[in-house]
Write a protein that binds this ligand. Sequence first.
Ligand SMILES: Nc1ncnc2c1ncn2[C@@H]1O[C@H](COP(=O)(O)OP(=O)(O)O)[C@@H](O)[C@H]1O
Ligand SMILES: [Mg+2]
Length: 258
Amino acid sequence: MSILKISNMSISFGGLTALSDISFELNKGQIFSIIGPNGAGKTTIFNCISGNYRPNSGKISFNGINITKKKPDKVAKLGIARTFQNIELFSHMTALDNILLGRHIHMKNGVLKSMLTFTEYLAKEEIKHREVAEEIIDFLDLQSARNQFVINLPYGTRKLVELGRALAMSPEIMMLDEPSAGMNLEEREDLKIWIKDIRDDFGITIIIVEHDMNLVMNISDEIMALNFGKKIAQGKPEEIQKHPEVIKAYLGEEAVNE
Ligand SMILES: Nc1ncnc2c1ncn2[C@@H]1O[C@H](COP(=O)(O)OP(=O)(O)O)[C@@H](O)[C@H]1O
Ligand SMILES: [Mg+2]
């Protein structure tokens, strides 16, 4: 069942075509990876889906709703969460508070419908949101970082806090931009398991941009490869691994002819 459909999406910045006629479809429950050399247009795809960029042409549908022109807060509210390549957290807040912020899109909903007084309602709501945040801290093994300011945490741990905040939004789709950047081998192994668990236990569909080919090949149901804003290949990991265009994009012309 298709949850996200991108049709003929293009976007340019001045004279530079960052994405050219990109189409792909995501099935519910899939782990879908986007790979390609630096500058290929991977993050731009995320920015178009999240509403941070508006494509010059093409269409983006989420659960049958046209979200092409929706603003980032609307897209997030509809159920698409993301992390950023350069991490966008509040450095002088704790890991817990940053994760709690992910809950804000679910706060103050239905207050008027509530039979409780406003204050009681908020108190109840807050308990619920804090429970969700604590579950996420446990899930991502972030107890030791829980009360620390983000600015004092190692880069890999910050990446996890950002993942936690996206998870706290209880989205249907999660877009992860280079989640393993700055992580050591052990953290990468954990991440592999967590991403699969996020799909299996939380039922979230995942799009991931990632350079760690070991991780990509291990967790992806499907991979799309880009180069210079164009799709050069799409398929299962074993197909992408031996695809001549992909090898060429990464290793240059000579590698294919050897
Ligand atoms: N806001 C922007 N203004 C100008 N150029 C941009 C902007 N966003 C992306 N680009 C350009 O689009 C191309 C693709 O960028 P990006 O999607 O970040 O690549 P990737 O994530 O694959 O490394 C790059 O050449 C980049 O410089
Ligand atoms: Mg990028």
